[in-house]
Design a protein. Structure first.
Length: 87
């Protein structure tokens, strides 16, 4: 099974978590801005993003990316992780 970890990190905390997750499950690692692959190629995808302020997703990169690919996630194993950023 092919796996990917896709994340956004503002301070580096979520990036460090993404590196650990990818290493633990032998997954390909991408920041949101680096990912240009085809989600259909992956069976498992972990998404990482800090909760910003009122526990919303980062709005300039991560949320538009996730909204655009949400319909392509059916049938995939999905994991979510992140940290809390008080802003």
């Amino acid at each position: 099974m092919k796996a990917a970890v896709i994340y956004w990190s503002g301070t580096g905390n979520t990036e460090q978590m993404a590196i650990a997750v990818a290493g633990g499950v032998d997954a390909e690692l991408y920041s949101v801005s680096e990912f240009s692959g085809d989600l259909k190629a992956y069976d498992r995808i972990a998404f990482g993003c800090p909760a910003m302020g009122d526990e919303v997703l980062e709005e300039s990169e991560f949320e538009p990316f996730f909204t655009a690919i949400e319909g392509d996630l059916a049938g995939k194993e999905i994991a979510l992780f992140g940290s809390y950023d008080r802003g």
